[in-house]
Write a protein that binds this ligand. Structure first.
Ligand SMILES: *Cc1c(COP(=O)(O)O)cnc(C)c1O
Length: 354
């Protein structure tokens, strides 16, 4: 930190993204990317757009918002676009969370929530999960704070039913409840049907996982027109051209080729079931997952060792040095070939551990 940095950030601990090593080819199962490339039509659409890069993108992103609105059966005024859902989360905190309204989220969840809370000077209410990392809806009912919940949760992969989300929405009518559905397209149930009934619901989604576009950086919100308008006010006060032309062209083509991604998701779900079953034969305990990753641990090797030993063998997974989850690793579900390499290395490591 230089002596010029604002003192209000002196204690800020920045988010640490998963490793993106450039030195060697790893079997990369650490940041929940899709193993599948974008649909061929996406590549074509991006190429065609390159010639227009001299022009600013449409700040309203009308074409893409219209596409998304059709896909989800809502109106364009229900859609907000962001440079990745990380930016959307930042806008959510900036727009709705202040000292008066506050913010609450689970203790074991997406690592960016506490970072944004700090960045925006909030004293977040951090709510522990229950047994087996279960989220209990009653812990959030009537708490009188804005709320962010990832469903499925990360890094656990566990889901909560719509009835739980509805209880939380109904009991906090004066606060915004953001449901982060980054992984909803891998078998979970979206809370979109609740939208007409609750104007305090904000759904956060991303093109990074299910739609194979992590490098394009596109996230979006679905919510009541009032919430979207508020987000727009902050967006136009921050960066009005937050989504670039190439990404918007890619996203429109991706939506036109939705079937490709649905088929890929089915493959991922099959590979997930296969990996869980194989790990179980090796004595691993894995939480039930509706995401493109699993959260797993072995009674024979601790999480940190497994992570290190896998990395030494060219396989990257994610491990956190946090007391509640230090025994565990999060493993992205990739192609069948990737999962077979992962499983082979796990067997090797277990044999050496004796
Ligand atoms: C990956 C992820 C995001 C961020 O996605 P981007 O759109 O790539 O910024 C947001 N929330 C959760 C829970 C995630 O796992």
């Amino acid at each position: 930190m230089s002596r010029y940095m604002s003192s209000r950030f002196a204690d800020l601990e920045a988010y640490v993204p998963g490793e993106q090593p450039q030195d060697m080819q790893y079997v990369k199962l650490n940041t929940n990317e899709s193993p599948f490339p974008p649909a061929p039509a996406v590549t074509e659409a991006v190429k065609a757009e390159i010639d227009r890069l001299n022009l600013y993108p449409d700040p309203e992103g009308k074409v893409l918002r219209q596409k998304l609105a059709e896909l989800y059966g809502v109106k364009t005024e229900n859609i907000f676009l962001a440079n990745g859902s990380d930016e959307l989360l930042s806008f959510f905190f900036m727009t709705f969370c202040d000292r008066e309204r506050g913010v609450a989220f689970p203790a074991v969840s997406y690592g960016f929530y506490p970072v944004y809370a700090d960045l925006y000077g909030l004293d977040a209410q951090i709510i522990p999960l229950r047994e087996n990392f279960r989220l209990a809806a009653e812990d959030y009912c009537g708490i009188g704070k804005n709320i962010v919940i990832a469903n499925p949760n990360a890094p656990t992969g566990r889901t909560i039913p719509l009835s739980d989300i509805e209880k939380i929405l109904r009991s906090n009518p004066d606060h915004v409840v953001m449901i982060d559905e980054a992984y909803i397209d891998f078998g979970g149930e979206s809370c979109l049907p609740l939208l007409p009934k609750y104007d305090n619901l904000l759904i956060c989604q991303t093109f990074s996982k299910f739609r194979s576009l992590a490098g394009g950086r596109l996230g979006f919100a679905i919510g009541s027109p009032g919430l979207i308008e508020d987000l727009d006010t902050i967006k136009y006060s921050t960066n009005s051209y937050n989504v670039n032309r190439l990404t918007m062209a890619a996203a429109v083509a991706a939506i036109d080729n939705n079937g490709y991604y649905v088929a890929n998701s089915r493959t991922i779900q099959a590979n997930r079931a296969y990996t869980v079953a194989e790990l179980s034969k090796l004595g691993f305990e894995t939480l039930p997952s509706m995401a493109n990753f699993i959260f797993t641990h072995s009674p024979k090797v601790d999480g940190g060792t497994l992570y290190q030993e896998l990395k030494a063998r060219g396989v990257l997974v994610r491990h956190w040095d946090k007391p509640e989850i230090t025994g565990w690793c999060r493993v992205t579900i990739g192609s069948r070939e990737q999962m077979d390499i992962f499983l082979e290395k796990v067997r090797e490591i277990l044999e050496e551990a004796g």
